[in-house]
Ligand binder design. Sequence first.
Ligand code: 7TS
Length: 415
Amino acid sequence: MNPPSTHLGSALDTETIRKDFPILARQVYGRPLVYLDNAASSQKPQAVIDSVSNYYEKDNANIHRGVHYLSQKATREYEAARKKVQGFLNAADAREIVFVRGATEGINLVAATYGRKNVGPGDEVVISAMEHHSNIVPWQLLCEEKGAKLRVIEVKDNGELDLEHYRSLLNEKTRIVSVVHVSNSLGTVNPVEQVVELAHARGIPVLLDGAQAVPHMPVDVQALDCDFYVFSGHKVYGPTGVGALYGKLPLLEAMPPYQGGGEMILTVSFEKTTYNKVPSKFEAGTPNIAGGIGLGAAIDYVQSIGLDAIAAHEAQLLAYATAGVSDIPGLRIIGTAPEKAGVLSFVLDGVHPHDIGTILDRQGVAVRAGHHCTQPIMRQFGVPATARASFALYNTLEDVDALVAGIRKILEVFA
Ligand code: 7TS
């Protein structure tokens, strides 16, 4: 049988893939769901849902502390998931993977430990103008506490990072650089290899926020040579409430603990507490065990499809969508960098982005409307908000057609 025409030329067999995601079969307002809000959170394949429910049905117990069968089984599963994250990022050692709540907690952890230890009065922290609030506010808090200064790399009008400006910001006071790998509101894929290289030439460590990168492209932290890398499980087809921080082992070992509690200690007395080894030192309290195991299943799933194929498929969707909206009168795309991942942010003359979101929603098309937790870059583009369609491996050209038809309908409503 010939595949349907819309699948021709795609790097992925979306017809088969979509069957892995039960939610995609549901309807909203009596219409088929067209889910284009993947940058906020992606849907979960049955394999991830099963792994989480299987843990609760068959293996549930606390980890790292029980001698009994279930505790040991749960511990093995959780640590196996850590190894999967290690493989996913190509980290050199599983001890370099710290389980956290998500990208937000990963950045806060680095700011609160590495940052508190290494940033002092008059020092500087470099971020970019296109950061998510979660890669701005933790550094602001640190700078306020320490009397340090936040320096911001400028972004060009097309949404590209201004590398010349970045170069000019680096100096002997710079203590850390923290930059987004892929922008959630513009879609820009940043030249993070160069970002790292320029910082390392001055001995400055670099954190990369990979929340929007790992679902869409292969990431190799050793090749990037970044010092820290963070991502969230729920954006890469895994559960909410879990994510990972990668850190180079010597850096993690030299960092003070983050939170105090069970598991992060070796010995406790009222006089002095000694701390556990990395990564346990940063994992106080009972973690999100089911989430970690589910994240492992999500990584298995994504790898079984292949990140190169996913990237090629989403590039096709983005190109098709960009062409599809190009002749819509009054539509402006926000973020037109040459290197983009599957994000289409746009505004329409005379229509508030929230109205775009609401009218599309009534047609079954889910997009995000808002500032996407990136208020500074919205301000630079002179808009309070955008409507944003963001693509995932299960999206099809028909989904894009539904989006474009939906936008045209908005024009009719507002005509
Ligand atoms: N960094 C980037 C680049 C993000 O896009 C997000 C979430 C985060 C960090 C924070 O991730 P969390 O899982 O810890 O919350 N971005 C979005 C978004 O674009 N729409 O909803 C959440």
